[in-house]
Design a protein around this ligand. Structure first.
Ligand code: AMP
Ligand code: ZN
Length: 486
């Protein structure tokens, strides 16, 4: 039985799907707050998306069918900019469009495409639907109309606010309840909206300034939706009024998820999501990522530095999803080495046959214990080092990989890719060594060979004038690359 930490219950609970026949009939519904598509999504965001992917894979491993909805936020996720004296709210997609001389739609399409490519590189299973916020304005307006008619929302000058005090259960997710109003006020970002009844009220619909690039007609005039209502509208549309699991990073608990609950439950009169699963933050060198520090890394940044994106996936698997994760390039490089070793091991295996039940039992226990993937990974390494026949290890390892998502069945493709990338400094030394050999300065050439060895590469000179270069680990012969120098 899968157990998972539910932020709403503040404890680990047994997972019980809404439909008990979910393993055969109805699916388990998961909603994941998706990316805001104005820039390349960073590795912190991807830590959270890999977390949701693991949860989905664990559910599938347990025999559940899963419907996974991940929205694309292409409007309305406002950001505060400026200083204490002059604050301003901007829509980063419109801002980027103005900067690049493109339309907001072009910016959103461009970064959505990159996002989906990055997901693929990280072997994140594609969502069942990726609904775009801009395609669901009608559904948002409908919910807002219901909230106004039920007395949970009010309009001021074309902007509609949710009346937080009317929703008695406010704070049940984050603990920022109405009775703790002081904390709540501190927790709410400095508000720029001065026309609302109470500073904790939040906008469901915003009046559009005259020259705003994207806006829609509504019963309250031209405007655009608030970010929170987008997720309520899209999750309810695709998963129903009540669904199983809602995921996101820990920073979304308040106010985003608290507000999603308030407006959804006020509108439907039903419980919104049964389980709330939040992943911990990713830090870089123990610091929060920020543009000013220049430590906001994307998947393409990692690739440019010679890492393969799955090494980042491997790295995230080494940390429990709820803990903070400290990203460093040293840790990434260690993850790459571990993953490459695993790939090389798998390549030497025979065809899969009858697995190792003992390990499979322990693996299932670990993943079902609030997704203890670091423990599951340790079991993987115990398995590969065990005395079981290779064919049994292969059978079990490929089964485990349905959860880990390291694409081990295609290990061969990756070995080639990483092996081909001999670092530039090593390549330069290889050329230098060849020059020295041509000049018959064998002693110096040998010194360079030693230097190269220290850098992790071994050179073997062949009779036909070619040379073979391999990594200094015990790589099976068929992985060795032949580099013809002349
Ligand atoms: P955003 O595009 O800011 O809405 O973030 C998308 C997702 O990434 C949300 O679930 C956030 O909680 C999550 N997220 C943002 N920054 C980080 C981080 N540094 N580490 C982990 N998750 C993050
Ligand atoms: Zn959301």
């Amino acid at each position: 039985m899968l157990k998972i930490y539910n932020t709403l219950a503040r404890k680990i609970e047994e997972f019980r799907p809404i439909d008990p026949s979910a393993s055969s009939g109805q699916a388990v519904g998961i909603y994941t707050c998706g990316p805001t598509v104005y820039r390349e999504v960073h590795i912190g965001n991807f830590r959270t998306y890999i977390g949701a992917d693991i949860l989905r894979r664990v559910l599938m491993y347990n025999g559940f069918r899963v419907v996974h909805i991940k929205n694309i936020t292409d409007v309305g996720h406002m950001r505060n900019i400026g200083n204490a004296h002059h604050r301003q709210q901007i829509d980063p997609i419109i801002e980027e469009a103005l900067k690049m001389g493109k339309t907001p739609e072009e910016i959103a399409a461009h970064f959505t495409k990159i996002y989906l490519e990055d997901e693929k590189k990280l072997n994140i299973l594609p969502a069942t639907v990726y609904p775009k916020a801009t395609d669901h304005i009608k559904e948002m307006i409908e919910i807002i109309k219901i909230l106004i008619s039920k007395g949970f929302a009010y309009e001021v000058g074309g902007t509609v606010y949710f009346d937080v005090k009317k929703f008695k259960n406010y704070g049940k997710l984050s603990g920022n309840t109405l009775s703790k109003m002081d904390n709540l006020l501190k927790a709410v970002r400095v508000s720029l909206e001065t026309d609302k009844k109470d500073s904790i009220d939040f906008a469901l619909w915003k009046n559009a300034e005259k020259d705003r690039l994207i806006k829609w007609d509504s019963p309250w005039g031209e405007g655009f939706p608030g970010w929170h209502i987008e997720c309520s509208a899209m999750s309810i549309k695709y998963l129903g009024d009540t669904f199983d699991i809602h995921t996101g990073g820990e920073d979304l608990v308040f106010p985003h998820h608290e507000d999603e609950i308030a407006q959804s439950e006020a509108a439907t009169g039903k419980k919104f999501a049964n389980y709330w699963v939040h992943s911990g933050y990713l830090l870089v060198d123990n610091e929060k990522m920020s543009r000013s520090k220049g430590n906001v890394y994307t998947i393409s940044d990692l690739e440019k530095k010679g890492s393969d994106p799955l090494s980042f996936r491997y790295l995230t698997l080494t940390v429990h999803y709820k803990s903070k994760m400290n990203f460093t390039f040293e840790a990434l490089s260690a993850a790459q080495t571990a993953l490459n070793n695993l790939r090389e091991i798998v390549l030497a295996y025979d065809a899969p046959k009858i697995g190792c039940a003992e390990y499979e039992e322990r693996f299932l226990e670990a993943i079902n214990d609030d997704l203890n993937i670091p423990k599951a990974l340790a079991i993987v390494w115990e398995l590969v080092k065990s005395d079981y026949p290779n064919s049994a290890k292969a059978e079990t390892l490929f089964k485990f990989d349905k959860v880990l998502g390291l694409d081990l069945e295609n290990a061969k493709n990756y070995i080639k890719k990483t092996e081909e990338k001999i670092p530039e400094n090593v390549q330069e030394l290889i050329v230098q060594r060849e020059e020295l050999r041509k000049k018959k300065r064998y002693h110096l050439a040998d010194q360079i060979r030693h230097k190269i060895k220290k850098m992790g590469y071994e050179i073997q000179d062949n009779d036909d004038g070619s040379m073979t270069i391999k990594k200094s680990t015990d790589v099976p012969l068929d992985n060795i690359l032949r580099y013809l120098v002349f």
